[in-house]
Design a protein around this ligand. Structure first.
Ligand code: ZN
Length: 475
């Protein structure tokens, strides 16, 4: 019995404990609660986009009390213009209860930059630096052109760039490489054919050189040659330049230093004057011509050549006997009129011969065929116009004639005599054209001189101060 009673007491005690525990649990379970729920979760949005916060809900209730909304206060902000991680805080309070929740909002840049290349295709000389024209822009970083990397390949240029958020962009531009086979080009100041008097100063007129691939390469030009202005002659200055691809250009400037024209200022004869002139010698008749002139005490002018080398010393005799000596031509080939250069080469040659014979250069000259000749046109149009002005610039006096003897057309001394005497009777100062290489002229000369003496003419020699008897230039 005692044992049975004890079991009942223990059972009642366990029941009571269970009842109390159950009641407490029930009270706790059904007791009103404060809750805070975020609308949505953490977020990630693109920079510059709009952010609308979805907020959070606070509620109080449960158990025997129905749920009610409770105010939720928010703090924190999201700067959608600036990349970063922002935290928003939500707080709800009811009576002595308080709940806090957080939301993380990431503002990110996931937009790729853009690269704009001005060229659709690049053509570049192999080995040359090419400055490609492009811009790179990013929605967040702005202009990031300076961050662009260039990768030059065999067929393309790859431009790539990353923005500060690691977004990559790249474009490929086709590239064609060219080999430079074009030689550089020179540009010269001044004339490539220069003419100077002996004793003048030569200053390099200037030059520049450019290359299709290398640009300005003037500093690579080498200049060879020099001009000795103390001596008549033809000097060449050679300009050479080579571009990086090995193409070479070369040009030459010719500087012709012309024998000086010493100015003989002689007294001019007055009254009726005859200037007898003899062209084309000296030759086999010249000595006799000089003898005849000496016999009549007549002075003349010889426009000499070097056509007959064995008689060349007659020039010295002409000069020593008081006659004037002028340049005619070295060769008497009309091809000397091919160019100013070829004319001056012949001219300088003859001046040197005259200097050897007489001890000095002469300042008077006569063009082969005269300044009015048209034969020069077969060789070079306009050459006489150039030469007439050039020789005068150099200080020379050129002479044509106003009385022709026609001794190149006739072998009859009578005709020559008639032409000369008839011609000189028509003006007070006559420049008579004759040739000491014509035997008929030698034959006519004594009678011509007699006529002059008998009729009161004075014989003059030509010099820089003599009347400028010039024909009109026809070429
Ligand atoms: Zn002649």
């Amino acid at each position: 019995m005692k044992k049975k009673k004890r079991i009942i007491i223990v059972s009642v005690a366990v029941f009571c404990v269970l009842l109390i525990a159950g009641t407490l649990c029930g009270l706790l379970f059904f007791a009103p609660k404060l809750t805070l729920t975020l609308n949505g979760g953490d977020e990630e949005i693109e920079v510059f986009s709009r952010y609308d916060d979805e907020g959070a809900q606070g509620k109080y209730g449960g158990g025997l009390i129905s749920y009610r909304d409770v105010d939720v206060s928010e703090s924190g902000y999201v700067d959608t213009d600036k990349i970063g991680e922002y935290t928003l805080e939500y707080i709800t309070e009811y009576k002595d209860k308080k709940l806090t929740a957080h939301r993380t909002v990431k503002v990110v840049d996931k937009t790729k930059p853009t690269i704009d290349c001005a060229e659709e295709k690049i053509t570049v000389y192999r080995g040359k630096k090419y400055i490609a024209s492009y811009t790179a822009k990013d929605n967040y970083d702005g202009d990031i052109t300076d961050k662009v990397k260039e990768e030059w390949g065999e067929n393309s240029l790859i431009l790539s760039v990353s923005d500060s958020s690691g977004n990559n962009a790249s474009v490929s531009v086709p590239v064609e490489y060219l080999d430079d086979t074009t030689p550089p080009e020179f540009y010269f100041l001044g004339d490539m054919n220069m003419y100077m008097k002996v004793g003048s100063v030569f200053d390099e007129p200037g030059y520049s050189a450019t290359d299709n691939a290398d640009g300005d390469i003037t500093d690579k030009v080498t200049v060879d040659g020099s001009v000795d202005t103390s001596e008549a002659g033809v000097y060449t200055i050679t300009y050479t330049v080579t571009d990086e691809a090995g193409n070479t250009s070369q040009e030459t400037r010719r500087v012709t230093v012309v024998a000086p024209a010493p100015q003989h200022i002689a007294e001019q004869p007055s009254g009726k004057v005859v200037y007898l002139t003899f062209d084309d010698g000296p030759c086999c008749y010249t000595a006799d011509v000089l003898d005849v002139l000496a016999k009549y005490g007549a002075k003349a002018t010889f426009f000499v050549t070097a056509q007959f080398p064995s008689y060349i010393d007659m020039i010295a005799r002409e000069y020593s006997e008081g006659h004037a000596v002028g340049v005619h031509t070295g060769t008497h080939e009309f091809s000397i009129y091919s160019s100013v250069d070829s004319y001056l080469a012949d001219f300088n040659y003859m001046q040197e011969v005259i200097k050897q014979q007489t001890g000095s250069y002469t300042d008077i000259m006569r063009f082969p065929g005269g300044s009015s000749n048209m034969v020069s046109r077969q060789f070079c149009t306009g050459i006489m116009t150039k030469l007439v002005s050039l020789v005068q610039e150099m200080g020379y006096s050129y002479f044509d004639w106003n009385v022709g003897s026609s001794d190149t057309q006739t072998t009859d001394p009578d005709v020559i005599y008639y032409n000369v005497t008839n011609g000189i009777s028509k003006q007070s100062a006559s420049v008579v054209l004759m040739h000491d290489i014509k035997p008929a002229t030698l034959a006519a000369l004594p009678r011509i001189l007699e006529y002059c003496v008998d009729n009161g003419y004075t014989f003059g020699t030509l010099n820089a101060s003599s009347p400028a008897v010039h024909h009109g230039v026809n070429n």
